[in-house]
Design a protein around this ligand. Structure first.
Ligand code: ADP
Ligand code: MG
Length: 726
């Protein structure tokens, strides 16, 4: 036997069936929880701990307390109640008293809570006929454990795996792996990193998380293991980014050309310092002969367009072209008109005649452009006489070829991955790949961005241009179903005064959006509800005003028509489903009403609110919704309190956890078992920093074979090949 310490790969090769007490049945249960080998078991972490020096005693529990108690089951009975439901009641006790547990529709509890079993019960105490009771508490069977701190593992009755089973198996693995009986565990982290962060070594971390002597030890262990997870993830992301950079050749643009300079000098206002910083960051990317892949995050109105224009002009200055892609035709048109105005009077060197200049050309390409114009524009894109093309996805379809595409800006496009990059490259006759700037108005927290968009660089506009009146947000605690007037007198009065203020705004010439209740179940129901809201408002609250209706069942032409009527001031009110979320810029619209606002997420509410507050007049956003859950209450309060998208994104992360954010781009490739993007923000930054520093020195981890091997273990094969083999 060699005395090399074991690495995780070695543990991953040993099936769980090699452990004492894992027969076919248990192995099947474990497989159900995706645990197949010893590594899976070792990284199956306790959900929580019961610190027996701190646990509550039943006699000390008061009504309303949330508490955890260690009990022995005295007896459990089950009976049917009204409606065929099953009611299980259990009497449990510790040496200080007894507690009644009540479970609805959990018939299996009768078999789980047999007399004599030990369990940790966690729940809220209420009183039932003067006796302490918990209803539907969390139950963890812990077996007869004697340690001071008992780990509680996630378990399910169905799989037949109990917390004490896991405790025993993990104990056996640790005993057979670590000295004196075992060979020890390899720690792949460079010593310097361990020192810098004052981390315990891996063997201590795994022992500490599964078998802590104190909660402080468990916390130290967690800190180290969280770092390991995030460090592996960041290494993979940074490696991916660099592998792409290695395989693509870019254009070394100039950022000091005449157009960029002139543009900056002729702006009617000073750039915000956030805009200056973003432009400088982009400038550094542009001048490198490596294609840029950068995300520009900034709230609605933060001034992303100017940054995009400066970026595109750098391409034009070097004799290349630029394209801006928007998600809808309306948005593309809006960008087109705005940018054409910004660039009016600019000229470029005409390479056809040596001494002459010609006007800089901006063209719009969407499916609405007629056949003849389209043909002309396509041929001009090819010859290079169009400098900036603005459009929808139509811009990167196969029939479109650019003479030399130098910069691509993508607005509000979240799913822009490797395939789209490849498609883009093929749209240009130039050999080099264009620089890509992706803009989004959905801020996500910095640490989440590092993870979700870890293979992009990120610039942030975290500052609004001066002189804006922030949108005032008010919450009316009433249902958004307008035909059911609230029974609560105050709510009814609040609704009344809201509509009367809104009528006042319309009378002053302002315009109003009304967003209808969100109905997830079916588009048909949602459309019906929008139509009902429209009818109701037209005849009651906003009788006599000009209303338009916008929903997902309309044809694109109908949508555009309604949008245009609103934009041109021929409608006072736009009643819409969330189709206006990624919407248009109507400076005269000053009121946003969101019905059933409690059903929307923070990001969506913030986006919707961003539709107003775009002009000189003060704007108001009305959230109409009941406080249905603590979370919905927190969401509404956050919206009322701040208009800062980044602050809201942090709240959102706190409320929802990272699942939804990660879900967008990380499906399938996340091994975050302990780490939480919400809780471990600092560690995310530390891990990214450490990954960058290490890969700067050692791009393919040649000097860190143990770390490289571990990364391969967690990556799939094709990825590992692409990332680590130069
Ligand atoms: P975004 O695309 O980030 O939502 P825009 O680029 O459309 O924001 O800018 C919103 C408005 O703010 C535009 O009317 C723009 O001209 C104006 N703006 C942009 N930057 C500044 C600035 N530094 N100072 C004053 N106004 C600005
Ligand atoms: Mg914009």
């Amino acid at each position: 036997m060699s005395d090399h310490p074991l690495d995780l790969a070695a543990l991953a090769q040993i099936p769980v069936t090699r452990l004492k007490g894992v027969g076919d049945k248990k192995a099947k249960g474990l497989a159900g929880a995706d645990i197949h080998n010893l590594l899976d078991l070792l990284t199956y972490y306790p959900r929580r701990y019961l610190d027996r020096t701190k646990e509550a005693r039943i006699s000390e529990l008061f009504e309303g307390d949330e508490a955890s108690v260690l009990v022995t089951v005295d007896r459990t009975i089950s009976r049917r109640i009204r409606g065929g439901r099953v009611l299980v009641t259990s009497t449990v006790s510790d040496s200080s008293g007894t507690l009644r547990l009540t479970f609805f529709n959990q018939g299996w509890r009768e078999r789980q809570l047999t007399a004599g079993r030990q369990a940790v019960i966690y729940g809220k105490v209420d009183l039932y006929r003067g006796q302490r009771q918990m209803t539907n508490p969390v139950v963890d069977l812990v077996g007869d454990k004697t340690g001071r701190i008992i780990p509680v593992y996630p378990q399910s009755e169905k799989s037949g795996i109990h917390s004490w089973d896991v405790t025993d198996w993990v104990g056996e693995i640790l005993r057979r792996t670590l000295p004196p009986a075992g060979r020890g565990l390899l720690d792949p982290l460079p010593m310097a990193l361990l020192d810098r962060h004052d981390f315990v070594d891996r063997a201590a971390a795994l022992t500490g998380i599964h078998r802590p002597e104190s909660m402080a030890e468990a916390m130290e262990a967690r800190r180290r293991l969280v770092f390991d997870e995030l460090f592996r993830l960041q290494l993979a992301l940074v490696l991916r980014k660099r592998a792409i950079e290695r395989t693509e050749v870019g254009i070394g643009h100039t950022v000091e050309g005449p157009l960029v300079t002139r543009f900056a000098e002729h702006l009617p206002f000073a750039l915000t310092s956030a805009q200056k910083r973003a432009i400088a960051e982009i400038g550094r990317d542009l001048t490198r002969p490596v294609p840029m892949h950068r995300l520009l995050q900034g709230d609605v109105g933060a001034g992303k367009t100017l940054v995009a224009v400066a970026t595109m002009l750098a391409a034009v200055d070097g004799g290349h072209q630029a394209a801006l892609m928007a998600p809808t035709e309306v948005l593309a048109e809006q960008h087109f008109f705005g940018i054409r105005t910004l660039l009016e009077g600019m000229t470029v060197e005409d390479r056809a005649s040596l001494f002459a200049d010609r006007p800089l050309r901006v063209e719009l390409l969407t499916n609405r452009v007629g056949a003849a114009d389209r043909k002309r524009i396509l041929s001009e894109l090819l010859t290079g006489s169009v400098d900036i093309a603005i459009g929808t996805h139509a811009l990167i379809q196969e029939t479109v070829m650019f003479g030399s595409l130098g910069v691509v800006v993508i607005d509000e496009q979240h799913r822009f991955g490797v395939e789209q990059r490849a498609a883009l490259r093929e749209r240009s006759y130039a050999d080099e790949s264009p620089d890509v700037l992706v803009m989004t108005a959905t801020p996500i927290p910095r640490t989440a961005a590092m993870t979700v968009y870890g293979d992009l660089d990120v610039s942030v506009l975290d500052e609004l241009p001066p002189g804006r009146t922030p949108v005032a947000t008010r919450w009316v605690r009433a249902s958004g179903a307008l035909d059911e007037p609230p029974e609560d007198l105050e709510a009814a009065a609040d609704l009344d005064s809201m509509w009367s203020e809104i009528r006042g705004q319309i009378d002053e010439g302002r315009q109003v959006y009304v967003v209808c209740p969100l109905i997830d179940e079916s588009e048909k129901l949602e459309v019906a509800s929008a139509e009902a809201t429209f009818d109701r408002l037209s005849t009651v609250e906003l009788d006599g005003r000009r209303l338009g209706l916008l929903h997902g069942r309309l044809t694109p032409a109908e949508k555009d028509r309604t949008m245009e009527l609103f934009r041109d001031g021929h409608l006072d009110v736009l009643v819409a489903t969330t189709v206006i979320e990624v919407g248009v810029d109507v400076a005269n619209a000053t009121v946003m009403v969101i019905l059933d606002a409690d059903r929307f997420g923070i990001a969506q509410l913030h986006q919707l609110r961003g539709r107003v507050g775009r002009g000189a007049h003060a704007s108001t956003c009305w959230l109409v919704g009941e406080s249905t859950t603590p979370d919905s209450e927190a969401r509404m309060e956050a919206l009322v309190k701040t208009t800062d998208g980044f602050e809201l994104a942090e709240v959102d992360l706190d409320l929802r956890g990272e699942g939804t954010i990660l879900g967008e781009r990380q499906k399938g490739r996340n091994d975050l078992k302990l780490a939480s993007l919400a809780r471990d923000r600092q560690t995310v930054s530390d891990a990214r920093q450490a990954a960058i520093e290490l890969l700067d020195r050692d791009p393919l981890l040649a000097d860190q074979p143990a770390l490289a091997a571990e990364l391969e273990l967690f990556l799939d094969e094709a990825d590992a090949e692409f990332l680590l083999k130069g």
